[in-house]
Design a protein around this ligand. Structure first.
Ligand code: GLN
Length: 199
């Protein structure tokens, strides 16, 4: 089976691993640089992006991860994971850094105030039917650069999902509702990369 890492420094690691396993992939919890070896793809879960950033530096994962992203490793980031994949963020705290890769700007905690969490369903380009989406202190994608493509928006036009090459990012958590089709999309990106490498 394909080997998909789940960055397991903080956040809702378990739910992602369960979905990947249900889709037939081998899920590898990644806490140390050695565990990045031989991965076909990676999920960066939701949680707190500044904490995941800090821990990634402490555990020596930041530079190897950046190298893998630059090399074209397919990566799916949800919520805090999306923030960590963004080239630029608004509302950074504690000098937080991102791994980068997605040509987007993301505003942290953009739905703050009264309505910090909500559930909805959304159309996502490339996926049939509505996708279940949970937003929890979620970021909003405020700029989509020329290399990235918006694939889902809220009714008010706010962009909440993007794709760029092997990278996929969503403001929302699909895993909380047992929604598996974005992870399935990651597995498609993994297949696309494998055939491109084999060709
Ligand atoms: N607000 C969090 C952050 O900025 C993201 C929340 C989440 O991942 N559910 O990292």
């Amino acid at each position: 089976p394909v080997r998909i890492g789940v960055l397991a420094l903080q956040g809702d690691v378990r739910e992602h691993a369960a979905i990947l396993t249900a889709l037939g992939a081998e899920a590898v919890l990644v806490r140390r640089p050695e565990q990045l070896a031989d991965l076909d793809g990676l999920v960066i879960p939701g949680g707190e992006s500044s904490v995941i950033d800090k821990l990634s530096r402490i555990f020596g994962l930041r530079e190897p991860l950046r190298a893998l992203i630059a090399d074209g490793l397919p990566v799916y980031g949800t919520c805090a994971g999306l923030i960590l994949l963004a080239d630029e963020i608004q509302g950074a705290i504690d000098g937080q850094l991102t791994f980068g890769g997605l040509d987007v700007t993301v505003a942290r905690n953009a739905f703050g105030g009264q309505v910090e969490s909500f559930e909805t369903t959304l159309a996502v380009q490339g996926i049939d039917g509505e996708v279940a989406a949970t937003f929890i202190r979620a970021p909003l994608i405020t700029r989509v650069g020329p290399r990235a493509k918006a694939i889902a928006s809220l009714p008010d036009g706010g962009v909440v999902a993007v794709e760029q090459g092997g990278l996929l990012g969503t403001s929302f958590h699909p895993e909380m509702n047992g929604e598996t089709r974005l992870h399935a999309r990651l597995l498609q990106l993994v297949e696309a990369r494998r055939s491109a490498v084999a060709a």
